[in-house]
Design a protein around this ligand. Structure first.
Ligand code: 8YV
Length: 318
């Protein structure tokens, strides 16, 4: 029997591509020029039965509607904000993602980003490398991390794991979300982002992105966080008004930002590169061998389940 034809929208690890290739015929759409994409869709579009995409990539209505035989969109990532869900739903196309398997790695990175930012570890490393240690002596003092007040904007799976880890640093935890989480009675619920920011020293942004959360971290939230405040974003760039953030960093009205996600990544706003109060990460929250392998397997297993007529392992509710 011929293998189902899959449109692949971005690269995966060699191991994941090999595994997927054993079961499906992969079309490496992301390697085509715009003109080649148009030709491909016209000649092969009707053979494509599934899309394999990533959390950081878009699957828009134009693409969905150019694929008349499309049955499934499988996202390599927990976030599916890039997928036009209404266009998929209108056509009865299923969507799957890769929740749970990446939660702890993303939480680890978030905490590492706080420690790196708070203790100025990148500057400190430069201090050693550029011999300022010998020339100038002690590295400038920084503010302690343990015991400070953390705010978690979005206490979902990842937010929860971040909060759990911060307990080990004796930090007090407050959180915000649509409603209080019954499993989080040990932490303070604050029902809006501005008040949350006003009451904490470090604001972690761990919300799933959707139209309602777009720019939820705006100028007012950043002002409330204040000049000693640190912001850590491991979710989606769209959750923060990036221009307001750049202004706050440039004017030092907040202390520091540690960011794993950016508007228009990987072509990030060059204003970030001029700043000495940002930690820049290349959207690597889930980027460990172990987690990416589990994510690749879940993408493959969801597609395989679908073509075997079985329920998806991790469906997105449409
Ligand atoms: C990316 C992510 O999918 O889980 C998500 O939502 O954004 C990430 O895990 C990963 O970086 C591959 O692009």
């Amino acid at each position: 029997m011929s293998k189902p034809e899959i449109l692949q929208l971005g690269s995966y690890s060699d191991r994941d591509e090999t595994e997927l290739g054993k079961h499906f015929t992969l079309h490496r759409y992301f390697e085509l020029t715009d003109a080649e994409k148009t030709t491909f869709l016209a000649s092969k579009g009707s053979d494509i039965r599934a899309i394999a995409t990533r959390g950081d990539l878009a699957v828009d209505a134009t693409l969905i509607n150019a694929l008349p035989s499309l049955e499934l969109i499988s996202v390599y990532g927990v976030g599916y904000d890039g997928v036009d869900l209404s266009a998929a739903k209108a056509r009865g196309i299923k969507v799957s993602n890769t929740p749970d398997v990446l939660t702890k790695d993303v939480a680890d990175l978030a905490v590492a980003m706080l420690l790196t930012a708070g203790r100025r570890m990148i500057d400190a490393s430069e201090w050693v490398r550029t011999s300022q240690w010998q020339a100038q002596g002690m590295f400038p003092l920084n503010t302690r991390v343990h015991g400070r007040r953390a705010g978690i904007l979005g206490l979902g799976r990842i937010g929860f794991e971040i909060a759990n880890r911060l307990m080990g640093f004796e930090m007090s935890i407050a959180y915000s979300g649509r409603q209080p989480n019954p499993k989080a009675s040990q932490w303070q619920y604050i029902d809006n982002a501005v008040e949350l920011a006003r009451n904490v020293d470090v604001l972690f942004v761990s919300l799933a992105a959707c139209p309602e959360t777009k720019h939820i971290v705006n100028k007012e939230v950043l002002e409330a966080l204040g000049p000693n405040g640190i912001i850590v974003n491991i979710s989606r760039a769209a959750n923060i008004d990036e221009i307001a953030l750049l202004e706050a960093l440039e004017n030092k009205t907040i202390d520091y930002a540690a960011l794993d996600v950016f508007e228009n990544e990987p072509n990030i706003n060059p204003r970030f590169l001029e700043l000495d109060n940002v930690l820049l990460q290349p959207h690597q929250g889930s980027g460990t061998f172990e987690t990416r392998t589990a994510m690749g397997d879940l993408v493959k297993d969801n597609i395989a389940a679908h073509f075997a007529g079985q329920a998806l392992l991790t469906p997105v509710e449409l």
